[in-house]
Ligand binder design. Structure first.
Ligand code: ADP
Ligand code: MG
Length: 359
């Protein structure tokens, strides 16, 4: 009996240590078990922040473990404070942080596993064995991403500027729902730490001009990066592609030129089988170009972008028959969207990918 009581007390103590209110505090041992001792076979990829491993927790849930580059400058306490802040942020279009591990010099983040690749892989190759994204799928993914950003910028306090919006940070699930990853990381790793400087400054090709020039940023810099992703999704082109002729290297400049020359119809990704109507295309291009306005004050807020992208919104799908009224504010909208059920998505149930091998 004594033994049972002692065990129960120990168990309660242990769980209170590991449970953070929003997630879990993992030990190095937990994560070694989950990733087969960080085996090479479990590596999903490597970005500027560290290596990402696929893993499985003892309860069976698949996870992605991000082993951060050794960051000796960061005190454990400071790390915890920042991670706690990220951990409390929840939205169906944000990859959920399940917990973290801080032991010795090791720093790791444990995320829900998103199993259908990322937008970069779908647009530029690595997922093409699975087919190509349709126009509808692209709009759905952009809408989800816009909702996540509207939530970070407009619905929570303190607001979060992502700072590294790019297609490889937009993960995709089985329903082709966008899950934005790496939010809060630039801040977590801190500005001015030399080895992460390039990452703190965002990713080449996506960075807003004012941020690149002055290092000053606000949420409008995320809007610019989102605009670049938007153009990338329409055209299937990389933001910067040195393999192309000089006036096509920079996606934003090339697009502005094509639109000015009234050649918009030519910019659509040739892998999109069922092309959008001229009207839909023009409205999408207009929305994207507003996001990449060189003047940050002229860019829309993400809540406005959400409305432009919505199936019943003022912009993209004007000629849809089923319209509903929506006049609430962006913030309230972002807040409401923070739920797991959203029957309004993809109302027409059009296919979201087409098989490879047409043409
Ligand atoms: N939660 C996750 N679930 C599944 N795959 C993930 C997850 N987080 C990151 N990845 C994948 O791991 C790889 C490396 O990611 P990351 O280190 O963030 O680099 P980057 O964002 O520069 O591509 C990418 O292919 C990314 O799609
Ligand atoms: Mg990433």
């Amino acid at each position: 009996m004594m033994l049972v009581t002692a065990f129960l007390l120990w168990w309660v103590y242990q769980s209170s240590l590991n449970y953070l209110g929003w997630g879990h505090w993992f030990t190095l041992r937990d994560l070694e078990l989950a990733t087969n001792h960080f085996s090479k076979d479990n590596i999903i990829g490597e970005g500027g922040y560290g290596i990402v491993y696929r893993g499985q927790l003892v309860n069976g849930s698949p996870v992605a473990v991000k082993k951060l580059l050794n960051n000796l400058g960061q005190a454990e306490k400071e790390f915890r404070v920042e991670v706690e802040a990220i951990g409390h942020v929840r939205h169906k279009n944000l990859v959920q942080l399940l917990g973290y591990c801080a032991e010795g010099t090791q720093r790791m983040l444990v995320y829900e596993y998103v199993n259908n690749g990322n937008l970069e892989q779908w647009l530029h190759g690595a997922m093409q064995h699975k087919g190509f994204l349709t126009w509808e799928a692209r709009i759905k993914i952009l809408l989800g991403t816009a909702k996540a950003l509207a939530y970070l910028h407009e619905a929570i306090e303190p607001k979060v500027v992502h700072r590294d919006i790019k297609s490889s940070n937009i993960l995709i699930d089985d329903e082709f729902e966008a899950k934005v990853s790496d939010f809060g990381l630039a801040k977590l790793l801190g500005a001015g730490k030399s080895h992460v400087n390039t990452r703190v400054m965002g990713t080449f090709g996506y960075v807003a001009p004012e941020y690149a020039n002055t290092g000053l940023l606000n949420e409008k810099s995320d809007v610019y990066s989102f605009g670049v992703v938007f153009l990338e999704a329409i055209t299937g082109r990389d933001p910067v592609d040195y393999g192309r002729s000089p006036n096509e290297v920079n996606l934003v400049d090339w697009l502005k030129m094509m639109v000015a020359k009234r050649r918009s119809e030519e910019v659509v990704d040739p892998t999109i089988e069922a092309r959008p109507s001229t009207r839909e295309l023009k409205r999408a291009l207009l929305a994207a170009l507003r996001c990449v306005d060189p003047d940050s004050n002229k860019r829309p807020r993400m809540g406005q972008v959400v409305r432009m992208l919505e199936p019943d919104g003022p912009n993209l799908h004007e000629d849809r028959r089923h319209r509903r009224h929506r006049d609430d504010t962006a913030g309230a909208e972002a807040q409401r969207d923070n739920s797991d059920t959203d029957a309004s998505d993809n109302p027409d149930s059009k296919p979201l990918r087409t098989r490879k091998g047409r043409q």
